[in-house]
Design a protein around this ligand. Structure first.
Ligand SMILES: Cc1ncc(C[n+]2csc(CCOP(=O)(O)OP(=O)(O)O)c2C)c(N)n1
Length: 668
């Protein structure tokens, strides 16, 4: 192995050696502990340390890194105290993730390390978001994301690299090509000759290097970082290396031919670097032994301290559930401030549902200079429903961003922006398309605050619903997918006034909010709403009508149906409750409505099975049983995809069974 020290001083070369050696020695200790059952899960990076260490050393300590499960060297090179890392690995309640996450699936803001989710690829898009933040702030920084060669087969790899290239983002993407996925060899993983060749396809530069040579890695990443910042462009580095142990410690390496180990042991990054340092008289063998002793002592001491502190930690107490639940959501720190808007220059003021959403976006953009809008065709074109029309002229291309067609990467980008304290609103062109951004929402945005205390300040606008003959993929109601996910908030207004106030509140909320807007309401309903900048509280239902005979508990289009039905049936005294927020539900208001009538119909446009109505009905049955004079009933759409033909669609929709269900309930 050839080492080229260029202008590095002896001191730097020795420091790099210590940094390279530390993760190896920690791992050796951990593997012992693993055998003793003192650590539960371990992903080994032995043989690959030069990549984590060299890359991290080449960055500034306040530049975000998105590591994966084999990147212990990132955590140690960022100088995270080993005793705290050990607590994390032991699942301790005072570890970085408070016992909630696996060994390397956590992050830490103070060290600018973003925790991975098991799905691997999503880290790449989060790096895009951080780089976008650097670019918008005109900071001289780059972000860095790791992926294995297996992870390059994920759609997220393609999406993230494409976004970085199209948006000219200063991101360094590093592929650690270590020969195998879990057990899958490279020839079954990809068919191009070299993964770095893909860089050209995205319109970016790339290089393939020896990932076992610490000086090559360090020097390359340092140069690439300068390039990314100076040229405001991404860069792809493929590091050739080898995984010397199993995917995780329990899985073994039987599928790897023996010769490969023999070949790669010769290329061991530490042995070779040591050889170079001794050969160049930078270190002597006794000095190396001394360094090893020092590190050993540090490791043993850290382990002993961690053990001591862990055993001191108070045993779980009765408030454990409360604390766990409280950590799912970030707390709102700033209180609401009012602003006056003398003129809404580019937005002609109307009173339709769509005007309310526009105004909420406009005013929020004025109030929050760190708010970014992203979505397909939202800039010049004004969005599929023309909601963002005019915003580009008012706020400029940096803040009103057309995106490529890649929902997952844009949700990930939104999260990355949040790491750097930006807010974002992403427009899903149709709520149906959220399925291709699902993983980032469900697994990254929703869980991140609970996992390691980082909030995801993101609103996703979801034009939803049927009734206009748009067929199965432009009509779905999919709010229930998200209501089942702790960490998200799900908001669903049914009036212009609420649409404005709830959207402003969602943007002010530091948590991820799925904001449902019924498309059929955009231009069909109108009512006065205040020109003030105001919030409608998330989690509070609205009593639409007070009645005595039957309660209809509903939301979205259901509110319109229930109100029309009530108007057409003055003989029935109907209590109508608009839930407005589906997660969290307003149980107090639900109880009041049940108490008013004793007969409850839960109505929604979504299909019946597994819909939000089931949750509401179950809660009422358990908590309001004594108020009930009849079983809680549900009126929902048919359990089929949404059909295209208008007659079929009408039959599909819950509205066609509303009268039947109300009558059934009344005559029970
Ligand atoms: C989306 C997803 N599919 C499958 C897995 C299971 N899995 C975990 S690691 C891994 C192999 C990853 O290979 P590579 O990206 O080359 O990284 P390496 O582990 O070799 O460092 C697999 C299949 C996963 N974590 N996420």
């Amino acid at each position: 192995m050839q080492f080229n020290r260029k202008d590095l001083t002896d001191v730097t070369l020795i420091e790099l050696y210590k940094k390279l050696l530390l993760p190896r020695m920690i791992e050796e200790k951990m593997l012992l502990l693993l055998r003793q059952g003192k650590v539960s899960k371990w992903f080994s990076g032995i043989g690959q340390e030069a990549i984590s260490v060299g890359a991290t050393y080449a960055l500034r300590p306040d530049e975000w890194i998105m590591p994966l499960h084999r990147n212990l060297g990132v955590f140690t090179t960022r100088k995270m105290p080993l005793k705290d890392l050990i607590k994390q690995w032991q699942g301790a309640l005072d570890g970085y993730s408070k016992g909630r996450e696996r060994s390397f699936h956590f992050g830490n803001k103070q060290h600018f390390i973003c925790g991975m989710i098991s799905h691997l690829g999503p880290q790449l898009s989060v790096a895009d978001g951080v780089a976008l933040a650097y670019k918008l702030k005109k900071e001289e920084k780059a972000s860095l994301a790791f992926t294995g060669e297996g992870g390059t087969s994920e759609g997220e790899f393609h999406e993230a690299l494409n976004v970085a290239a199209v948006w000219d983002l200063p991101v360094i993407f590093i592929i650690e090509n270590n020969g195998y996925g879990l057990s899958t060899p490279v020839k079954e993983q990809y068919h191009c000759e070299n993964l770095v060749d893909r860089a050209k396809g995205y319109g970016m530069e790339g290089v393939q290097i020896d990932g076992n040579n610490i000086l090559t890695v360090y020097d390359t990443v340092k140069g690439v970082r300068d390039y990314c910042i100076k040229n405001q462009k991404p860069y792809l580095i493929e590091c050739m290396t080898f995984r010397m142990r199993g995917h995780e410690e329990a899985s073994g390496v039987k599928y790897v031919p023996k010769e490969m180990f023999e070949e790669w042991i010769e290329k061991d990054p530490i042995k070779n670097y040591e050889h170079f340092l001794v050969g160049e008289n930078i270190l002597t063998n006794p000095q190396i032994a001394e360094i090893k002793d020092e590190l050993k002592e540090y490791i043993e001491k850290s382990y002993a301290t961690a053990e001591e502190e862990i055993s001191d930690f108070s045993i779980l107490n009765s408030s454990i559930s409360k604390e766990q639940i409280e950590d799912v959501y970030a707390k709102k720190v700033s209180s609401f401030k009012t602003y006056s808007f003398p003129s809404i220059s580019t937005v002609a003021r109307g009173t339709r549902f769509i005007d309310a959403i526009k105004e909420a976006l406009y005013q929020s953009m004025k109030v929050h200079s760190n708010l970014i809008l992203m979505g397909q065709d939202i800039a010049e074109y004004g969005g599929a429903f023309k909601i963002t029309e005019g915003l580009l002229n008012e706020f400029g291309k940096e803040r009103v961003r057309n995106t490529p067609l890649c929902e997952s990467a844009i949700v990930g980008t939104a999260l990355g922006l949040s790491l750097e304290c930006f807010k974002s609103v992403m427009e899903m062109q149709f709520a149906d398309f959220v399925s291709v951004g699902f993983n980032q929402i469900i697994n990254n945005l929703a869980k991140i605050n609970y996992r390691w205390g980082q909030n995801a300040d993101v609103v996703i606008r979801m034009p939803t619903g049927a009734g206009v003959g748009a067929g199965p993929f432009h009509s779905q109601s999919n709010e229930a997918w998200f209501v089942h996910t702790p960490g998200l908030k799900v908001v669903y207004p049914s009036t212009p006034e609420d649409a404005k106030g709830l959207l402003i509140a969602s943007i002010n909320d530091p948590n991820p909010v799925l904001f449902f807007e019924h498309k059929a309401l955009y231009r069909s309903i109108s009512s006065e709403f205040s020109q003030e900048y105001y919030e409608t509280e998330i989690g509070k239902a609205r009593q639409v009508r007070v009645g005595m005979d039957v309660s209809i508990i509903t939301y979205g289009m259901g509110v319109i149906w229930a109100t029309e039905y009530s108007d057409a049936h003055p003989e029935i005294s109907i209590d109508i409750l608009d839930l407005r927020t589906l997660l969290p539900l307003d149980y107090k208001a639900i109880r009041t409505s049940v108490n008013n009538t004793g007969k409850v119909l839960v109505l929604h446009e979504d299909t019946l099975t597994g819909g939000v109505g089931g949750e509401v009905a179950a809660w009422i049955a358990q908590n309001c049983f004594e108020f009930l004079d009849a079983p809680v009933m549900r009126c929902a759409s048919l359990d089929t995809p949404v059909p295209f033909n208008l007659k079929l669609e009408k039959n599909f929709l819950a509205k066609s069974r509303l009268d039947e269900m109300v009558q059934k309930l009344i005559h029970y």
